[in-house]
Design a protein around this ligand. Structure first.
Ligand SMILES: O=C[C@H](O)[C@H](O)COP(=O)(O)O
Ligand SMILES: C=C(OP(=O)(O)O)C(=O)O
Length: 356
C-alpha cells in the first residue's frame, strides 16, 4: 500500500466522512400490476387480436410470412393526444400496405438515457421532475389499450422488468435496447415475455452481445421477480424462441450496409440462432440526422429485393412533425422531445414506396 492510499484509511479522515449527513431513499407504493389490470382490463376480443398480431410478427421473423415488419413511430410518447393522432393516420396506412408490410407502432413509454434526462411517460408523465409513476403506469396502460383498440399492433422498449408487468399483455413486439442487451436481468425477463423481442446490438456496435442475449433468452431461467399482486417471487420462465437481432449502429459507426448485414447473418447462423435481422434506420445508423432514415430504409429494402431475405424488419423513428424540440415553453404538437424523427409526410411516402 502506498503512503498516499494508507492516509485515506486514517481514523480521523474516516470519522470526518461519517459526519456527513446521510441521504435516505424514500419510497411511495404503486398499484400492483393485478390492480391496474383490473382497473384497465384487456377485453377478450382485444386479447385475441393481440395474440394474432404477435403471431403475424413471429411468422415474419421465422420466414413463414414474406412481408416486411416495420416498427414505426415516435422516439418517445409525451402527449397521448399526439400519439393517438399519429396512430389514426398510421392505421389507415397500415391497411393500405398490409399485403406487403406489417406496421407496428412504436409507443415507447420508457426511455433509457445515456446519462440523465426525461425517462418517459411512465416515469415522469408531467415532465416536471415529480416522477409521478402512479399516474405514469396508469396513463401508459390507458394509452396502449387505446392504441390496441384502434387495431394497431404496438411496440415498446422493455426497459424495467417491473414496468413490463403493467403492460406486457398489450404489446405485440418489444425491444431490449442497446444499453441493456448485455444485462442478465433483461435476458431473464425476455425469456418469460409472451411476445417476439428484438435485441439491439450494443452501443459499442457489438452484435455478439445481442447474439448472447438471444441464446440466453431462449433458455428457461429461475429468477427474481414479482407475482401479479406485487409479492416477491421466484419466477420460472419458459424461454423465448422468438428473438432476433436489431442492427442500430454503434459508436458513430453504421451497420446497415450489405457487408455488415451479411456478417451479422453469418454470425447468427454460426451461433445457431434465428438469422432474422431488423435494421433500425435511426440511432447510430442515422447519426441523429432523421432524414437519413429515408435513404437507409431504401438501401436496406434494396438489399432485400436483391435477395437477402434475412432482412425481415425495419425500424423508423417518426412523428407528426419532423425533427425534435426542446421541452420548454409552448410545445409544437406531434414533435419529438427526445431523438429527432421523420415527419408524417416523409414517413407516409417512404412507407408507400417500401410497399410498392
Ligand atoms: O432513443 C432515444 C435515445 O437515443 C436514447 O434514449 C438515449 O438518449 P440520450 O443519449 O439522449 O440520453
Ligand atoms: C433507445 C432506443 O434505441 P437504442 O437502444 O438503440 O439506443 C430506442 O429505440 O428508442
Amino acid at each position: 500500500m502506498t503512503a498516499m492510499s494508507a492516509k485515506v484509511l486514517e481514523p480521523t479522515d474516516a470519522s470526518t466522512h461519517l459526519k456527513q449527513p446521510e441521504q435516505t431513499r424514500t419510497s411511495q407504493p404503486l398499484p400492483s400490476a393485478a390492480s391496474l389490470r383490473q382497473q384497465l382490463p384487456l377485453m377478450p376480443a382485444l386479447a385475441t387480436q393481440i395474440q394474432q398480431q404477435r403471431q403475424q410478427v413471429r411468422d415474419i421473423l421465422h420466414g413463414k410470412d414474406d412481408r416486411l415488419l416495420l416498427v414505426v413511430g415516435p422516439c418517445s410518447i409525451h402527449d397521448e393526444h399526439a400519439a393517438l393522432t399519429y396512430a389514426e393516420r398510421l392505421s389507415v396506412l397500415a391497411e393500405a400496405v398490409a399485403d406487403e408490410l406489417l406496421l407496428v407502432m412504436r409507443a415507447y413509454v420508457e426511455k433509457p438515457r445515456t446519462t440523465v434526462g426525461w425517462k418517459g411517460l411512465l416515469y415522469d408523465p408531467e415532465r416536471n421532475g415529480s416522477g409521478d409513476m402512479a399516474q405514469g403506469v396508469q396513463r401508459s396502460r390507458q394509452l396502449l389499450l387505446e392504441l390496441a383498440a384502434m387495431g394497431l399492433p404496438v411496440a415498446t422498449e422493455a426497459l424495467n422488468p417491473l414496468a413490463m408487468h403493467y403492460l406486457d399483455d398489450l404489446v405485440s413486439w418489444t425491444a431490449v435496447g442497446a444499453r441493456t442487451t448485455e444485462s442478465q436481468i433483461h435476458r431473464e425477463m425476455v425469456s418469460g415475455l409472451p411476445m417476439p423481442t428484438g435485441f439491439k446490438n450494443g452501443t459499442d456496435g457489438s452484435i455478439q452481445t445481442a447474439i448472447h442475449a438471444m441464446q440466453s433468452a431462449a433458455h428457461s431461467h429461475h429468477h427474481l421477480g414479482l407475482c401479479a399482486d406485487g409479492q416477491p417471487a421466484m419466477l420460472l420462465s419458459p424461454g423465448n424462441p422468438d428473438t432476433h437481432l436489431v442492427l442500430r449502429g454503434g459508436r458513430g459507426i453504421t451497420n446497415y450496409d450489405a457487408a455488415s448485414i451479411e456478417a451479422a447473418v453469418a454470425a447468427l447462423h454460426a451461433a445457431g440462432v434465428n438469422p432474422a435481422v431488423m435494421v433500425d434506420c435511426s440511432h447510430d445508423n442515422a447519426q441523429k440526422q432523421h432524414e437519413r432514415q429515408i435513404s437507409i430504409a431504401e438501401q436496406v429494402a434494396g438489399q432485400r429485393h436483391a435477395g437477402n431475405r434475412s432482412i425481415r424488419g425495419l425500424m423508423l423513428e417518426s412523428f407528426l412533425l419532423p425533427g425534435r424540440q426542446a421541452d420548454s415553453g409552448e410545445l409544437m404538437f406531434g414533435c419529438s422531445l427526445t431523438d429527432p424523427c421523420l415527419g408524417w409526410d416523409d414517413t407516409a411516402s417512404l412507407i408507400r414506396r417500401l410497399a410498392g
